[in-house]
Design a protein around this ligand. Structure first.
Ligand code: AMP
Length: 468
């Protein structure tokens, strides 16, 4: 397989080349060089590429090329059946892929629609009913539209599972199986995944025919353009450490702008954004409980630079496309080492440089080791000279007893800055969550059990492995 170093040599239609030139693409990224010729030949592809590598154009441009012979400007919806389907795990990724596809097809008569849940169905219904060759969708909402006969998939020639690993993580396998069963057997299938679990391999084995493996970076490798740092902190100093980093780890030791901060839980996401706001930082939170509108608004504000710090959970951040995002901070070490690869893949995209900083407490050592093993690197551990905030005023009404302080910490009311001179030995003790509260370790274990136990058998059953 020879690689191509400019877009002219792929044999792409002049209208496609003109569109990407207008978008400022000059040279293909490595995944594009490799995938475009293979997809154009009609072969199935298993793409090992993380988001940020340019994989969307890697599959979308050759798909568009393959659809062009049937492109027409007829007014009749029947002349615009769905011929290519892209399934994505999140609304954000669906939007982002569709936005790109719409730009790539701007000079052709092809049409593209995007459908995802959490928003009004009517505009999507109208778009589907008017006839579209390319549909980008999250699985659940697509099934709703199919049930309502707003579209049909009987003429799909090419299907793409984008971020397949995340779709499985999010429990979309039953929906994906249902959708795949509605497609013609004769078709081209492409699958992209940043990571390769056993479930992904099973899905690929069942869904792809003699796929060509297209790999750009070693599996689970993080982009070389990202400078990665781990900063060791005490649990009680995390908040202050984050503030210090935000103020001092930007260009020339100044403040960071446009920082995506990852946390492991929704509740922490809200809390941290609120606490940052109290400290005068323009921060917002993006997590699964937010409505689509709220998420879009936060994202827009972030892209425009009105919001400097966006605190996010893994699911909410999946698929965010922020060009040249300079900084990612892992406030929490992710439970799943593979999430680290996804998280920091938000920066250092398409060759731009980025910085990824992770806070590590004593309890995170195992998690950090797992990331080092997965990404085949050894982190150097830095420290920060933490700027301590003035202590928050004492609460009135005797709330400072043992339970009051612990309760406040649990709910995150204090920002956990360690007092210079503790009045009570109790406050020197490491924080121990009370019984019944989900600890990171417990959550991790639960997630691990789910991964180790339920999902593989579900995959086997749904993909023809029979019931166990
Ligand atoms: P993706 O990995 O597909 O999400 O792409 C990451 C970002 O890189 C998107 O903003 C793309 O528009 C951009 N991009 C993709 N291919 C190229 C290219 N060949 N040159 C410049 N930018 C690109």
């Amino acid at each position: 397989m020879s690689d191509y170093h400019d877009f002219e040599h792929f044999g792409l239609d002049a209208r496609i080349v003109a569109a990407i030139t207008a978008m400022g693409y000059q040279t293909p990224t490595p995944i594009q060089s490799k995938a475009i010729p293979i997809v154009m030949q009609g072969k199935d592809v298993m793409g090992a590429a993380q988001t940020g590598t340019g994989k969307t154009a890697g599959f979308a441009l050759p798909i568009i090329q393959r659809l062009l012979p049937q492109a027409n400007s007829s007014m009749s919806p029947a002349r615009h059946p769905v011929r290519a389907l892209v399934l994505t795990p999140t609304r954000e990724l669906a939007e982002q892929v569709a936005d790109n596809v719409k730009k790539y097809i701007a000079q052709t008569p092809l049409r593209c629609a995007v459908v995802y849940g959490g928003v009004d169905m009517d505009p999507q219904t109208a778009a589907l009913r008017s006839g579209v060759e390319i549909v980008v969708a999250t699985p659940g909402r697509l099934l709703d539209h199919i049930q309502m006969k707003n579209t049909s998939l009987g003429q799909v020639r090419i299907v793409v599972l984008d971020e397949a690993d995340r779709m499985l993580d999010m429990g979309f396998l039953p929906d994906i199986s249902r959708i795949l069963n509605l497609l013609p057997k004769e078709r081209q299938s492409l699958m992209f995944s940043a990571t390769f679990s056993e479930e992904i391999k099973k899905l690929a084995a069942n869904f792809l025919k003699e796929p060509v493996l297209v790999e750009v970076a070693r599996r689970n490798q993080t982009a070389e353009t990202i400078t990665q740092k781990v900063i060791k902190v005490h649990e009680s100093e995390k908040g202050d450490a984050l503030l210090t980093i935000l103020r001092t780890h930007g260009p020339d030791g100044g403040p960071m702008k446009q920082v995506l901060v990852f946390v492991n839980a929704k509740i922490e996401c809200r809390r941290l954004a609120r606490q940052l706001q109290k400290q005068g930082v323009n921060a917002d939170a993006i997590h699964g409980d937010k409505t689509q509108d709220e998420r879009m608004k936060a994202l827009e504000g972030f892209k425009k630079g009105e919001i400097e710090v966006l605190v996010a959970t893994d699911v909410a951040a999946r698929g965010l496309d922020i060009v040249e995002l300079p900084f990612v901070v892992n406030y929490d070490v992710p439970f799943n080492a593979e999430d680290y690869v996804h998280r920091i893949g938000r920066t250092g995209r398409a060759g731009a440089s980025g910085v990824a900083i992770m806070l590590m407490t004593g309890a995170d050592e195992r998690g950090v080791t797992a990331i080092e093993k997965l990404t085949k690197q050894k982190f150097t551990q830095d420290a920060v000279d933490i700027e301590r905030r003035a202590r928050e005023p004492r609460r009135e009404g005797g709330e400072r007893g043992e339970r009051g302080e612990r309760g406040a910490r649990r709910e995150g009311r204090t920002y956990a800055s360690a007092p210079a001179k503790p009045e009570d030995e109790f406050f020197l003790k490491p924080y121990e969550p009370s019984a019944g509260q989900a600890t990171p370790a417990a959550t991790q274990q639960g997630a691990a059990e789910q991964r180790a136990g339920q999902k593989p058998s579900k995959v086997a059953a749904l993909l023809g492995g029979g019931k166990r």
